[in-house]
Design a protein around this ligand. Structure first.
Ligand SMILES: [Zn+2]
Length: 473
């Protein structure tokens, strides 16, 4: 027997979301087994309660809203929300599930039980199957617990979602519940948490719509940006898992649920410390899913996580690890609302030549892209001539310009030299001219515009490089 649970935190104001993954293996395994048993017993009790409970919305005694159950083929939603809001929540959960099916391409298995709580005071312990439900909802924001049972040799997974009735929380938990109920797996922490957030925010369209505001707002750009650090964190929710185990074990009354009063400032701090990893996981998943250089590998890796339970990140990305590390760091440096990972992908396949190897190098540069490979390999101290034809513009409204751009420098052609995956400071080019290479390396070019506003750019510029004496020949 095994047990999984996921949690997501969102403060009540909804400004700083946090995502958490729960017990999985190692030292917590023993506690997880206990958890699962508790879940099973309490679920059996609560199913009786639910069957006998009032089915319709309305006001109970003392003006406290009664709880209602809405059912669809995918969900049994139990909530204290008024019926119109409950229906709205259910439709958001359905939309989230639809995105999961669209991405992972497998129909969901079974019905997912969900407890969506507007006010914990409306819920006696008997109405919440899990003894940690109160702290999950009140302290964390949301959790999904999966019970694994062996039914005549077949492993069945039943996922139950607990979520505070705030936009985004139930949708996130639904992704966890779908993964566990459908595949029996969620992948490593960085994958399941990053993807739960990404997919619940409509991953299928992520590349087209750009980086969402929710991610940009919580992303801490100041700390180091290495993928390795994120992967090596492994189970970055271990501390909070232990905290939940302790809350359960140290209850003053083992017959009652863990009350919110047991949730300490230290528990909240443990959650806060994990926040950075959740956001970084989301950012990494966004970058890998939206970047055509890695999207296919990332999908295959995810499929192997979910269907084979295998963690093979290094194998999947071994041949492109340096390129990927560069692009992830570049993404974190430049990301803003609307930043398009697909448009800013780097061309790693293009071959570069010095002017000794090839007398003339020519390339077409699109305005609606980030830095693009010129094919020219610069040698420090050498002088280069270039000439351009064509026009481009940095928005649909602004008039097109040549590669000199407008009076404010927008639309000007800019170059940057990359060597050993290090990018030098960009320098200005223009419609035509000469320059001396400050460093050796591969030259990349772009049309200058805000990094998060490339999608509406128009036009291309054709550039030719030659030694100054031969320019224009
Ligand atoms: Zn989560």
């Amino acid at each position: 027997m095994n047990s999984q649970c996921e949690r997501r935190m969102n403060n009540v104001g909804g400004r700083r979301p946090i995502w958490l993954a729960g017990p999985r293996s190692g030292s917590f395994r023993g506690a997880a087994r206990v958890l699962t048993q508790l879940v099973l017993i309490l679920i059996a009790e609560s199913s009786v309660v639910m069957a006998a409970d009032e089915p319709a919305a309305g006001q109970g005694a003392g003006g406290i809203p009664t709880r209602i159950t809405l059912r669809s083929s995918h969900f049994a939603l139990r909530t204290d929300l008024p019926r119109p809001e409950a229906e709205e929540t259910l439709s958001r959960m359905e939309a989230s599930l639809k995105q999961a099916v669209r991405y992972w391409r497998r129909e969901p298995r079974g019905q997912i039980a969900c407890y969506v709580v507007d006010d914990l005071n409306h819920w006696p312990d008997s109405a919440l199957p899990h003894p940690l439900a109160r702290v999950w909802v009140g302290g964390v924001g949301g959790a999904t617990i999966s019970e694994f049972t062996n039914v005549q040799g077949k492993i069945r997974v039943k996922a139950t979602v607990y979520a505070l009735a705030r936009p985004g929380i139930a949708e996130h938990e639904v992704i966890h519940a779908y993964c566990y109920q459908t595949f029996g797996e969620g992948g490593p922490d960085w994958y399941k948490e990053g993807m739960a957030q990404l997919v619940s925010l409509h991953a299928a369209d992520a590349a087209r719509v750009g980086c969402p505001e929710e991610l940009v707002r919580v992303l801490d750009k100041s700390s180091p940006n290495r993928i390795r650090d994120l992967l090596q964190e492994g189970r970055f929710t271990r501390d909070i898992s232990h905290a939940f185990g302790a809350l359960l074990a140290n209850r003053s009354d083992p017959h009652r649920h863990v009350p919110m009063s047991d949730w300490t400032g230290q528990n909240a701090e443990t959650l806060r410390l994990a926040e950075r990893h959740y956001v970084r996981s989301w950012a990494l998943c966004h970058m890998l899913l939206c970047n055509p250089n890695y999207a296919a590998r990332f999908r295959a890796l995810g499929d192997s996580f979910l269907t084979k339970g295998r963690d093979s990140f290094d194998t999947a990305f071994a041949s492109v690890s340096e390129e990927m590390a560069f692009e992830y760091a570049f993404f974190l440096d430049h990301v803003d609302v609307g930043y398009r990972v697909d448009l800013c992908r780097w061309d790693w396949q293009k071959r570069f030549f010095t002017l000794d190897e090839q007398e003339l190098v020519s390339v077409r540069i699109e305005a609606a892209r980030g830095f693009q490979a010129s094919g020219l390999k610069l040698q420090a101290g050498h002088r280069y001539g270039y000439a351009t034809t064509g026009s481009w513009g940095t928005s649909a409204e602004r008039p097109a310009t040549d590669a000199s751009g407008d009076l404010h420098g927008s639309g000007r052609m800019v170059g940057a030299v990359m060597s050993k995956y290090q990018l030098d400071e960009p320098f200005e080019l223009g419609q035509q001219g000469e320059f001396v290479a400050a460093t050796s390396g591969n030259l990349y070019l772009r049309c200058r515009d805000a990094w998060n506003q490339l999608h509406d750019n128009q036009g291309t510029i054709h550039v030719r490089f030659a030694p100054p004496s031969k320019r224009g020949r």
